[in-house]
Every structure is written in structure tokens, then in C-alpha cells.
Design a protein around this ligand. Structure first.
Ligand code: GDP
Ligand code: GDP
Length: 463
């Protein structure tokens, strides 16, 4: 398994020092091909058992004029495109600078997989920087010292799962059926704060549901042709296959598990495997459509899948299929909503859409619900807004005081999106009762209009 790691960050944070450490003394300096890697240095790197290519955005130091920002941006964007994972370095002694924020922005817009390194943090140096670094919204910062070789084990700890995830994705993607579309699928009106699908990054959807729920029919309707079931070649039936298409102007990539099951009908053994395949498709998806059969809705299998999607942090849309068969539509809808709330409280507020895959009724609403769920899943809220909200929440309802000492909530910031994740710095995080956590999660959902998406809040102490 080989992958590429790009080290990015403003000049002087220690990128080259880290590059040298990862590559070792004998610098495996690679090509200077004009246009490709002119300002980018590449080397063969090693970190414990990981072997990879590392890219360093060197060459920036020589530029001191006004064009620095522009160049830095372009170079970083290129590095991000070449890399599978980015290591974004800041200087822990300086803390977060405005230029660091520019970098964080680029990385977020590119939806890059990022590890945030707080360098020059040997000894107690960089303590402040490491806390400030949370505010960049890029997840847990790793304290390190490129010069002294500290923090390399923590770097490894964060890198390892990203590498595994990447490797798995690669393996899964190999045998797939792709239907090519014209190149000029432009980006539609883009909300700068969201990671919108572009021609390159389509919105990834998995349609999951019990056999005969109508998955194949639905997918065929969405992509508009009968090309889905011709996909898998013999021998690769157990791999998720995907189809790229455009759906009402939205570039999508839709994962099919139904085609596999169709083949799998032949043997009981494969039928069982297909459930695991369905679950695996969830991991690729950004939005999971749980497709129910109106005649047998919310069966155990449906509940399991929906719960799994939530646990995996995917946005979920529930679609009830075969609505054309239903005569008592009003009553049925009320009944379904009640079941949904009762059986899947963890998906509170997720959309429930009635459709007929056969006739195409309701597909517009399904499309809109998927787009909306995706937007919410990508949502970012500024630290200022979060903290004023947190202030109001604690005032309305002070945190509990286990043992007579009130837990203090000090500061809140969003550390990730897709799905939204937050950190609250507080005293005695371990003693925070679940009821108060729920109060905060539900309040957050409501106030910032994030129904249906999984929301995580981590409680951390300042030390
Ligand atoms: P780059 O411009 O980001 O590539 O940064 P360099 O690797 O050239 O490092 C800039 C300066 O920071 C050099 O003087 C390094 O010696 C110093 N430096 C790099 N890493 C560390 C570190 O972990 N601790 C300390 N104290 N200094 C460091
Ligand atoms: P899958 O196993 O989930 O892929 O389900 P299929 O797409 O193969 O559909 C199973 C059966 O349900 C087929 O006979 C379809 O024609 C039928 N079906 C699918 N969608 C609808 C629908 O919206 N209305 C009705 N009445 N039948 C449907």
C-alpha cells in the first residue's frame, strides 16, 4: 500500500525539517520536472511500518513579494491534489496566525484528509498553540517537534487510520462500473462554506434496503437508463459497484448493492455476504438512502442499516417506496412518522420521503432531501456563534454540579464537518452526565438547523 503525504503550511513552520526527518539522512530527492513538481520536493519516507511518498511545498521561502499568498495558495492546492493525505503544520510557539487560517480554509474547501501538526512543541513549548489549534476546525492537533523527533508516535496514531481508510477505498474502487459523463459538468451555485460536489467530487449516495424494497428500480430511475444491472462482471460480485451520473443537475456517484444481490440469489452463502456489502457501501457514501418497502416498513434489517449509517456518521434520508400501492396515504404517512420517531430516535429530524421508484413520483423531493442532508452534513459554524449559543444554553440551564462543584463549560469550537463534530473545553469532562450532553446536542441541532445529521460533541479538559 503506498500513498502520498503532502506537508503544507506557511514558511518557517518546520516543513523541510520534518520532510528531512521522514525521508532520512540520505535525501531521496526526486525530479524537478517543470510544470509538475517544480516547487514541490518529493521523497520516499518512512514512519515506523508505513512507507510512503512525501511532498514538501518548499521553494516558498524565496518569495517575499506580494504574490506570496497567491503562490502559496496555488502550490498548496496542487500539493493537496497530488496527495492522499495532508499534514498541515503550524508553529506551536507562535500559535495560530491569520496565514494559518488561510491554509486551513484551502484544506477545508478541497475536502482534503488532513492531519494538523503543531510543530516546535518540544517540552512545554507549544502548549498554548496546541489548544488554539483546535479552532482551525481540522480535528485533533498533534503536538510534535520535527527537530527533536518528538510526537512521531502520535503522528503515526492519527495517520494509520487514514491510511487504512484510503487503502480500503482504493481496493473497493478497483472493479467498478463507471459511466462517463461530459467533462463540463460545472459547479452549481456554490455555498463557500460547504464541500459541494464538483465534477470531480460527485455527491456519493448509497441506496440500502432489504431485498425487493426497490433499490434497483430506484437507481435505474435516477440514472435514467437500464445500465445498472449490466455492471458487475463474474467474479467481482462481492465488490460494491458504483455508477456516476447526473441527477437534476447534481453530479452523483451512486453505490449499488442490489445488482450484487441479484446475482447472489443463486446461492444462499452469497446472499448473506450481500448484507455485509450493503454495510460497506454505507462507508463510502456521504448520504445513505434507507429504502423501505411501504408494505413491510421498518423491519429489523432496515433498523440495523439505519443505525449503522448513523454510527458511521453518514447523513441519512429515509425513503418509503411503492407509495403507488398505498390507498390510505394520509393515515399511512402518520403511522410511518410515528414508527420512525419511536424506532430511530437517533435520526431525529431526518427526512422521511415517500416515493414510487416505478412511476418516478416523489423523486424530485428525494433529490432535494438528499441535497439538503448533504449540506447539513457539511455544515460549519463559526466559533463566535457557537460560543454565544453555548453562553445562552448554560444560562438557561446551568451544567450540573456533581459533588457540589459546578462543571464549567469554557469554550466551544467546531473541529470537523462531514458530519459536524465539536469540542467543548470544560472542567471535569468525565463527570458530564448524558442528560446534559443530550440537552446540548438537541439544542445545537435546533438552533443551527441541523436535523437528521449525526452530531458529535467531545468534552475535553484544558490540560
Ligand atoms: P519550512 O520553511 O516550513 O520548511 O521550515 P524549516 O524546516 O526550514 O524550519 C524553519 C526553522 O524552524 C528552522 O530554523 C528550523 O531549525 C526550525 N525548526 C523546525 N522544526 C523545529 C522544531 O521542532 N523545534 C524548534 N524549536 N525549531 C524547529
Ligand atoms: P431490490 O431488490 O431492492 O433491488 O428491488 P427491485 O428494484 O428489484 O424491485 C423489487 C420488486 O418491486 C420488483 O418487482 C419491482 O418492480 C417492484 N417495485 C420497485 N419499486 C416499486 C414501486 O415504486 N411500486 C411498485 N408497485 N413496485 C415496485
Amino acid at each position: 500500500m503506498s500513498f502520498t503525504l503532502a506537508i503544507v503550511g506557511r514558511p518557517n513552520v518546520g516543513k523541510s525539517t520534518l520532510f528531512n526527518r521522514l525521508v532520512g539522512r540520505k535525501l531521496a530527492l526526486v525530479d524537478d520536472q517543470p510544470g509538475v513538481t517544480r516547487d514541490l520536493r518529493e521523497g520516499d519516507a518512512r514512519l515506523f511500518d508505513l512507507r510512503f511518498t512525501v511532498i514538501d511545498t518548499a521553494g516558498l521561502e524565496e518569495v517575499t513579494d506580494d504574490s506570496l499568498q497567491g503562490r502559496m495558495r496555488r502550490l498548496t492546492e496542487r500539493a493537496v491534489e497530488m496527495a492522499d493525505i495532508c499534514l498541515f503544520l503550524i508553529d506551536g510557539r507562535m500559535g495560530v496566525t491569520p496565514t494559518d487560517e488561510v491554509f486551513a480554509d484551502i484544506l477545508r474547501k478541497k475536502s482534503a484528509r488532513v492531519i494538523l501538526g503543531v510543530n516546535k512543541a518540544e517540552g512545554a513549548a507549544g502548549d498554548g498553540g496546541a489548544i488554539e489549534a483546535w479552532s482551525l476546525g481540522l480535528g485533533e492537533p498533534v503536538r510534535m517537534s520535527a527537530e527533536h523527533g518528538e510526537g512521531m508516535d502520535d503522528l503515526y496514531r492519527l495517520l494509520r487510520p487514514l491510511v487504512d481508510e484510503f487503502a480500503e477505498r482504493e481496493a473497493e474502487n478497483t472493479p467498478e462500473t463507471e459511466v462517463d459523463l461530459p467533462e463540463e459538468l460545472g459547479e452549481d451555485e456554490i455555498d463557500e462554506t460547504a464541500h459541494r460536489p464538483t465534477a470531480k467530487k460527485p455527491l456519493q449516495i448509497a441506496v440500502i434496503g432489504r431485498p425487493n424494497a426497490g433499490k434497483s428500480t430506484l437507481i435505474n430511475k435516477i440514472i435514467g437508463e437500464d445500465r445498472l444491472l449490466t455492471g458487475p462482471e463474474p467474479g467481482i460480485t462481492r465488490d460494491a459497484i458504483s455508477v456516476r451520473s447526473e441527477w437534476q443537475g447534481t453530479p452523483i456517484r451512486i453505490f449499488d448493492t442490489a445488482g450484487m444481490r441479484k446475482k447472489a440469489r443463486v446461492t444462499e452463502k452469497l446472499e448473506k455476504l450481500s448484507v455485509a456489502d450493503g454495510l460497506r457501501a454505507v462507508r463510502f457514501a456521504e448520504v445513505v438512502v434507507v429504502l423501505l418497502d411501504v408494505e413491510i416498513p421498518f423491519e429489523v434489517q432496515d433498523l440495523r442499516i439505519a443505525d449503522y449509517a448513523e454510527t458511521e456518521g453518514r447523513a441519512v434520508v429515509v425513503a418509503v417506496n411503492k407509495w403507488d400501492l398505498e390507498d390510505e396515504k394520509q393515515e399511512k404517512l402518520a403511522e410511518l412518522k410515528e414508527m420512525f420517531e419511536r424506532l430511530l430516535p437517533q435520526l431525529r429530524g431526518a427526512p422521511l420521503i415517500t416515493v414510487s421508484a416505478k412511476t418516478g413520483r416523489g423523486l424530485d423531493r428525494l433529490h432535494d432531501a438528499i441535497r439538503r442532508a448533504h449540506d447539513i452534513w457539511n455544515k460549519r459554524i463559526t466559533t463566535a456563534r457557537l460560543n454565544s449559543w453555548l453562553g445562552a444554553m448554560t444560562e438557561a440551564h446551568p451544567p450540573p454540579a456533581p459533588g457540589g462543584h459546578r462543571i464549567k463549560l469554557r469554550y466551544m469550537t467546531q473541529v470537523k464537518a462531514r458530519p459536524p463534530g465539536f469540542v467543548i473545553m470544560c472542567s471535569r469532562p468525565d463527570e458530564m452526565p448524558d442528560s446534559y450532553k443530550r440537552y446540548l446536542v438537541n439544542g445545537l441541532r435546533e438552533h443551527f438547523e441541523m436535523p437528521g445529521t449525526p452530531i458529535r460533541i467531545m468534552f475535553r479538559s484544558q490540560s
